[in-house]
Design a protein around this ligand. Sequence first.
Ligand code: ADP
Ligand code: MG
Length: 472
Amino acid sequence: MENHYRLQKILENVIGNIKKQDFLVYFRKISILATPGNKVVFGVLSGFMKDNLEAKFYATLLSAAKKELGEEIETIEFKVDPEIENPSNSEVIDCAGFYKSASKKSVTSKAKKQSLETITRKNSNNRYTLDNFIVGGDNQLAYSACEAVAKNPGKSYNPLYIYGDVGLGKTHLLQAAGNKIGETFKGHNVVYTTADKFITEYVSAVKKRSIERLREKYRGVDVLIIDDVQFLQKKEQTQNELYNIFNILYDSNKQIIISGDRAPRELTELEPRLRSRFEWGITVDIGRPDFETRLAIIQEKARAKEFLIPHDVAEFIAANVTENIRELEWVLNQLIMEYELTGQTPVLNKVAAQLKKLSFTTDILWDTKNQSIKKASIKSYEDILDRVSEHFGIEKEGILGPNRRKEFMVPRQVSMYLLKTKMNYTYERIGNIFSGRNHASVLYSCNKLQKLIKKDAMLLHEVNVIREEIWL
Ligand code: ADP
Ligand code: MG
């Protein structure tokens, strides 16, 4: 319990220093696992939470720990706590509830409140920053590389080359790194451009015979960021110009950050000497974020726009819009627009119907009967039996028992067939569930149903309806 008290103090301090939504999104559930020596080990929900807390709130938490537990605290650490979801674990603090009671308790002075509000407003514009980039497994490396480069431009990785499919955050990271460098190193001349823009600039300079001016401009930069270099392919002259600029900047330790839609070696229409220079530093790819990351991104984007999105709607979008974060944002923006027009908070079934129309939903079904989303996959044979018995309107016991009347036989065969073909149960296991029938009898039933549905379209339809209902 002592740790619990310590944790409370630390979190109270943290709440005063970060945004509410950040606290709710990133902290969720937390515990103190141990305090060996001068260290505090925090227990967190998942590897995902660990990565984000480390990346974003290490300093905040460390300073809170120092303030509350004493300056002798030197480091903190995060570990996944397997007991964190255990309801009887009294060491865990659920941050949502904690925030509510803490904010009631604290009589924040007006001045402090105001300064907090200004901070929130200041951060709520849509600028790309490292802080509002959500870190998940597949973009962790790209994020860390940008962070390192922003701390030590020209010194850690040069050039930094980030590649990946569209809408996965390349531009966000590049601009965030540029912004960060601009803030930290006041005198630095940071130039962000896209390959497209660079081509236009070059072509127009050639036309206007002002190529020297262009060269001067680029030779004077401290950080050169070029987005989407795949568009330089086949533009030999522009490539040549960039090659020279690259060499000059590189030789004087100026940072270069590049993005492309594929690895440098796959930019086959790019001059080999430029291609190989892109590989001189570090190349990192950025992948599709997982469900948890997508959910956190939606929440972050909604927060930035001060839009309260219901949790189930956020989850639904995150589960269905999986390929591209720009699309994810687009869907969210549609909801916000609609909210602004109608004043109605989005509700799950409407959002589901809309997404379905836009054919985003691929693997999640809308259950018209229960007016809810079927997102959990089947967990046990009980789920199948429940649905089959409900569908045919007979008791489960009838399906499981020995009765050989047709009204029981068919549902029994359907259940066995689904367990075998869709859930990979063994014949033995199925036999055990069905009053200890033997292997051969289960095998016979499964084959029998297979034959029946080949001939009987109605029955096939029924099996498919059940499958759809239980999402098999
Ligand atoms: P790309 O340049 O790779 O095509 P963008 O950087 O334009 O992708 O990303 C598309 C949108 O998705 C941007 O608005 C960006 O802010 C957002 N985005 C992508 N990944 C993340 C992330 N991990 N955290 C927050 N926003 C993200
Ligand atoms: Mg981009």
